[in-house]
Design a protein around this ligand. Structure first.
Ligand code: DMJ
Length: 419
């Protein structure tokens, strides 16, 4: 389905690569077709395709992107036909039949998946005037709001048939991450009027700080995971996005703790930089431990890979925007050089299987988020702040910028939740 083309479009536009952008547009116009008999991830299609198409539309004004985004969104809607309205993880684009991942706890849907639709779906309703998308994601929010939460935390698994939590695993990394991100960004995207989203975010990060964030013996702040009744002292590369999130949410925080959250963001950025710096390649592993004398280092072989992920650079960029401390550019430059040295191959860039090995082997995959996120955040890190100012743009979890909705002028302004 051309994921790399769609995911990379707005990066091309932002970098001023307009010929390549037009080529992508032409391909999308002629070839991007959603009437395929294929099962897709609702979450991945939303963040990469719908997010990518919407951002390309807002940046360029070209109608084709809006039309394709709306067509595709229509194909995802059958996924919401469950007893609770919590969508299935996957849907067949042709038949509309949905189902969940076989590995997910007791037939559950995943928090980071059904909880990462809000930004794109609100924009779809805004652009089309059709409330169907908005209603779907508000329904999810209302349902989550009503549920009991162990220790105030949201478990990663929720059964869409029963509306009950599955296993009580909680994570700010894989399976949980972007749910928290979208609470904050729903508030930002609404021009800070969606107080309900801000409250849910504030409540959630208070619980996260209390139960999941710790300092290691060596003084590194880390975010662990709640599993099987205890805190696992392990942090994923994915979790490193949270440094940027804390900084982005500092302004407007409860009890005016802006300084505290900016500091927390800086500590997470520092820890994640250490996870890069303590490797041979100066690229971060997929997960790292703070246990038994080990600090910010991967222990298991199957956690030593780097697949061109953006989260650490994303946090450097947000920290740079909010502090202008030159160390964030320095750290971004270190990562740039390492990617160029160890991941560049003749046909593009590849992930590497072991960041502690001096002769790394490639995984032979260039993830589409490398162009959508990693390179975009690096480019923004070395650009002026007036390129996509954060007062006007909110980035979806795949780094696709969507404009803040000044709702006095929108079709949603009649909705009480948005007044
Ligand atoms: C991206 O697709 C998104 O950032 C998502 O939220 C998490 N994982 C990848 C990048 O690592």
């Amino acid at each position: 389905m051309g994921a790399t083309i769609v995911d990379a479009l707005d990066t091309l536009y932002i970098m001023g690569l307009h010929d390549e952008f037009r080529e992508g547009q032409e391909w999308i116009d002629k070839n991007l077709d959603f009437s395929v008999n294929s099962e897709v991830s609702v979450f991945e299609v939303n963040i990469r395709f719908i997010g990518g198409l919407l951002a390309a539309y807002y940046l360029s004004g070209q109608e084709v992107f809006k039309i394709k985004a709306v067509q595709l969104a229509g194909k995802l809607l059958p996924a919401f036909n469950t007893p609770t309205g919590i969508p299935w993880a996957m849907v067949n684009l042709k038949s509309g039949v949905g189902r969940n991942w076989g590995w997910a706890s007791a037939g559950s849907s995943i928090l980071a998946e059904f909880g990462t639709l809000h930004m794109e779906f609100v924009h779809l309703s805004y652009l089309t005037g059709d409330p169907v998308y908005y209603n779907k994601v508000m329904h999810i929010r209302k349902l989550l709001q009503k549920m009991d939460r162990p220790n105030g935390l949201y478990p990663n698994y929720l059964n869409p048939r029963t509306g009950r939590w599955g296993q009580h695993h909680t994570s700010v990394g894989g399976l949980g991450d972007s749910f928290y991100e979208y609470l904050l960004k729903a508030w930002l995207m609404s021009d800070k009027t969606d107080a309900e989203a801000r409250k849910m975010y504030d409540d959630a990060i208070e619980a996260i700080e209390k139960h999941l964030i710790r300092k290691s013996n060596g003084g590194l702040t880390f975010i662990g995971e709640w599993k099987n009744g205890h805190l696992e002292r392990k942090m994923g590369h994915l979790t490193c996005f949270a440094g940027g999130m804390f900084a982005l949410g500092a302004d407007g925080s409860r009890d005016d703790k802006a300084g505290h959250y900016l500091q927390l963001g800086a500590e997470i950025a520092h820890t994640c930089h250490e996870s890069y710096d303590r490797t041979t390649l100066k690229l971060g592993p997929e997960a790292f431990k703070f246990d038994g004398g080990v600090e910010a280092v991967a222990v298991r072989q199957n956690e030593k890979y780097y697949i061109l992920r953006p989260e650490v650079i994303e946090t450097y960029w947000y920290m740079w925007r909010f502090t202008h401390d030159p160390k964030y550019r320095q750290w971004g430059w270190e990562a740039t050089q390492a990617i160029d040295k160890y991941c560049r191959v003749s046909g593009g860039f590849s992930g590497v299987k072991d960041v502690y090995s001096s002769s790394p082997t490639y995984d032979d995959v260039q993830q589409s988020f490398f162009l959508a996120e990693t390179l975009k955040y690096l480019y923004l890190l070395f650009s002026n702040d007036d390129l996509l100012p954060l007062d006007n743009w909110v980035f979806n979890t795949e780094a696709h910028p969507l404009p803040v909705l000044h709702l006095a002028n929108t079709t949603l302004s009649g909705n009480p939740a948005y007044r």
